[in-house]
Design a protein around this ligand. Structure first.
Ligand SMILES: [Zn+2]
Length: 197
């Protein structure tokens, strides 16, 4: 006797072999073997397994009976509960920069130049230690730091250490730094350079 394959497994395999194709409820019901709980199984793929299956609630261009999976990689559990708005707010507040190593989203990673920096949202106080999903407990972390690879080597440099490095740098690089600082602190720049003259 052939081994029975569960409806959730069938649905998962079907989504994964139809990445980027919009599917309707009729098709998914068929795939699930015609069972009435097919929609609940799809929901479990989202909530329990982390597959970013999209519906009309996520995208206005989908009709109410349509489903779409674009990314075959499930999202880790801790990122699933954080809303898109909170993610965007935290990334923007952190200047799209990893708060541990300073890597910038989309640029080559300073410690692994072959990798483009991808940012995740991490908890400052871990959820297991009672940390919340509130934006005040969240920060942008690159994949390298998120995996814990650079924890030990990276302390925040002090102003004194930074100044030593900056003094040694070439003039052109110092100017680049100045431009970056002015962009980051426009108001303070104005105040420091004599205000409203
Ligand atoms: Zn990092």
């Amino acid at each position: 006797m052939a081994k029975k394959v569960g409806a959730r497994t069938k649905l998962r395999e079907h989504f994964l072999s139809n990445i980027g194709r919009v599917m309707d409820s009729y098709e998914l019901r068929e795939v699930a073997g015609g069972i009435t709980e097919w929609a609940r199984r799809v929901r479990e793929l989202r909530t329990e397994e982390g597959y970013q299956i999209q519906t009309h609630n996520d995208r206005s261009d989908l009709k109410s009976s349509q489903y779409l999976l674009e990314n075959p990689k499930p999202q880790p559990a801790f990122e699933r509960e954080i809303s898109k708005e909170t993610r965007a707010f935290v990334l923007d507040r952190n200047g799209f920069t990893c708060q541990m190593c300073g890597a910038v989203a989309g640029e080559p990673h300073p410690y692994e130049p072959s990798r483009k920096t991808r940012l995740h949202i991490g908890h400052i106080i871990d959820k297991s230690q009672g940390g919340t999903d509130d934006a005040s407990n969240l920060r942008a972390l690159c994949s390298v730091c998120n995996e814990g690879a650079s924890n030990l080597t990276l302390e925040r440099p002090s102003a004194q250490k930074l100044l030593i490095q900056v003094r040694r740098a070439k003039g052109g690089d110092q100017l680049k730094l100045l431009q970056w600082l002015i962009q980051k602190f426009p108001k303070q720049t104005k105040d420091l350079s004599g205000g409203n003259n």
